[in-house]
Design a protein around this ligand. Structure first.
Ligand code: A2P
Length: 280
């Protein structure tokens, strides 16, 4: 099991999570999760929209690992926003996962299309549902995903409990400087989805040169870079060897100088899913 970060409410979150985006529901996902459990992952990140909650739940429940040792995240899809629909969506995720509680539940996207008052109210209503589920003991921590500061600010004006986590795309070449700074100042832990830029940063020469110096792969360098920036990397792989490789990042430290070099890499390799542009 991995070391933990501590959320604002004192709840501990294993510092690396296993991403499951694009993992089809079924035996392949179950196999990948079993490999991940063997490799020491205890933190699993899914979402209603990934349509694999049943397999994720099955693999975790069958593992024999005590529920209290596991950290499970799911996310509420954009079309389920609103107070009543959010409560329903949560219930459906919990049932599919076959669990009694979630460790973390996130609003998947800000869905900030159209008039500000409209999406801001929808997010505020959704958030009240998450606060209720949190207060009722069904979720250990609540947060958002893909929120930029201008999405977080209106929500935090009306929230009783501020988001504890914001999960965003983050990898070398796409360091989320502004959002990261805002979250750091607000006590919101950042999680990095696609910490390998969906594989696209792996053949970058500048990263390769640094990785070679530490005797690690570019994937390991990217994951370690997240950790040293106090962000939770959520690497995804279906390949046993890579699943193990991505968790083997505790035997080296990136120097301050190299951290700076990586932080300052010019922008490249964004997935194309800009929260202000997507039509969710
Ligand atoms: P695969 O699942 O076939 O192993 P990200 O987490 O940034 O979204 O990246 C996921 C992509 O990167 C997947 O296509 C995955 O492929 C690939 N990948 C994951 N880990 C590694 C690794 N250690 N080396 C090379 N490619 C990797």
């Amino acid at each position: 099991p991995h070391d933990t970060f501590v959320l604002r409410n004192g709840y501990e979150i294993p510092c690396i999570g296993f991403g499951t985006w694009k993992m089809p529901d079924g035996q392949e996902a179950i196999d990948a999760i079993n490999v991940a459990l063997d490799a020491g992952y205890r933190h699993f990140d899914t979402a209603a929209a990934y349509e694999n909650e049943e397999s994720v739940g099955k693999a975790l429940r069958r593992s024999g690992i005590d529920r209290s040792e596991l950290f499970v995240t799911s996310k509420l899809w954009a079309s389920d926003r609103g107070y009543d629909s959010a409560l329903k969506a949560f219930d459906s995720s919990l049932k599919k996962l076959g669990l009694e509680y979630l460790d973390l539940y996130l609003v998947h996207w800000p869905a900030a299309k159209g008039a500000d008052e409209v999406w801001q109210k929808e997010n505020a209503d959704t958030w009240r549902a998450l606060e209720k589920l949190y207060n009722d003991g069904y979720i250990r921590a609540i947060g958002v995903s893909n929120f930029k500061p201008h999405h977080l600010e209106p929500l935090m004006k009306v929230s009783e409990i501020d988001p504890m986590v914001n999960q965003v795309e983050m990898h070398p070449g796409f360091p989320q400087t502004e959002t990261k700074k805002f979250c750091d100042l607000s006590g919101i832990l950042v999680e990095a989805w696609s910490p390998l830029g969906q594989g696209r940063v792996l053949d970058d020469d500048r990263l390769l040169e640094i990785a070679v110096n530490y005797g690690v792969t570019v994937a390991q360098l990217c994951i370690r870079w997240c950790l040293q920036n106090n962000a939770v990397p959520l690497p995804k792989s279906m390949t046993p060897e890579r699943i193990r490789e991505n968790a083997d990042v505790f035997g080296f430290d990136i120097s301050a100088d190299d951290m700076r070099k990586i932080n300052e890499l010019e922008q490249f390799g964004m997935s194309g899913l800009d929260p202000d542009e997507v039509d969710f």
